[in-house]
Design a protein around this ligand. Structure first.
Ligand code: MN9
Length: 290
């Protein structure tokens, strides 16, 4: 199996003036991040507005990203949808266009039972050849998949690990202690250093789109034992994340890329873009990056 450690931006999805996927902007973002030294991309997740895209658009994004990346870094496709059939179709498509792994949130909305959630994951994992990364995000998907529930999957070779978006670091540490060979990605960017100290193998994050260099350096300094520098970098990141949380995270991230000249537009409705006052506020926090 490939090595899946390190820093993975959860790619944003840019739209053009006709609300179509903007291939040029996507390419610029990918090239900028590869040049900054990221280890791979997490494609079509919450940050990529998965649930605001049509099924065909989700496939289009996988194909575009795979064609641009051409095997230079690892690619993980988020294929989560509300039901098994849709998810499996996305997973098989992502595999067919060269993705190295797939990942999914637990099926949502209907309050599926743990048994139903288990069958969902195994139906995907048993009908694809690439490894599955569980996406654990209890703030968004209130499923019956607790930290203990994750263990059952990690017993299986088909599951490579977890994208762990929770601030329960006791749970993260227990998972790594029990399954040291599985990969655990930290999911909250503002807590990357906390996750690394409790055993995370890297991180997947939305703010990595805009300033991956801070996280790439943090990951390197962490491995070298330079915690003082890690703390400085986390503080620098958090000064911006704090502002992003005030204006809207995905809209704010797209605005930073707009300021960098990348033409990312705004997220799809009902997300709101930033007003002039919010843009000026955000600019004051990221001016030194532009
Ligand atoms: O992909 C993202 N998680 C969610 C991970 O959006 C739930 C994070 O990158 C956050 O957007 C970020 C800001 O809270 O940490």
């Amino acid at each position: 199996m490939k090595d899946f450690k390190g820093i993975y931006p959860a790619l944003l999805t840019p739209y053009d003036e006709n609300d179509r996927i903007n291939e040029k902007s996507l390419e610029k973002l990918i090239e900028m991040n590869i040049a900054k030294g990221v280890d791979g991309f997490y494609v079509g997740g919450s940050t990529g507005e998965a649930f605001l895209l049509s099924h065909e658009e989700r496939k289009e994004v996988y194909k575009l990203v795979s064609d641009i990346v051409k095997g230079r870094v690892n690619l993980i496709a988020h294929v989560g949808a509300i039901g098994t059939k849709l998810t499996l179709d996305l997973a098989q498509y992502a595999e067919s266009v060269g993705f190295d792994a797939v990942s999914s949130v637990a099926p949502f909305y209907y309050g599926f039972s743990y048994d139903e959630i288990r069958d969902f994951y195994f139906d995907i994992a048993n009908n694809t050849s690439v490894p599955m990364l569980l996406y654990y995000v209890p703030v968004l998907v209130n499923s019956k998949l607790g930290v203990d529930g994750l263990s059952e999957f990690l017993e299986s070779d088909r599951f490579m690990g977890v994208k762990y978006t929770s601030n329960d670091f006791f749970g993260l540490e227990r998972l790594k202690a029990k399954y040291p060979d599985k990969v655990v990605f930290n999911g909250f960017d503002e807590l990357l250093l906390s996750g690394l100290t409790m055993g995370a193998d890297g991180g997947i994050g939305s703010t990595y789109n805009c300033f991956a260099e801070k996280y790439v350096e943090m990951y390197k300094c962490f491995k070298e034992g330079n915690l003082a520098r890690c703390q400085e970098l986390q503080k620098e990141a958090n000064d911006i994340i704090d502002a992003l949380c005030k204006v809207g995270v995905f809209a704010g991230e797209k605005e930073i890329l707009n300021m960098m000249g990348m033409d990312f537009g705004t997220p799809r409705k009902p997300f709101k873009g930033l007003n002039d006052e919010q843009k000026a506020f955000l600019r004051s926090k990221v001016e030194y990056l532009l």
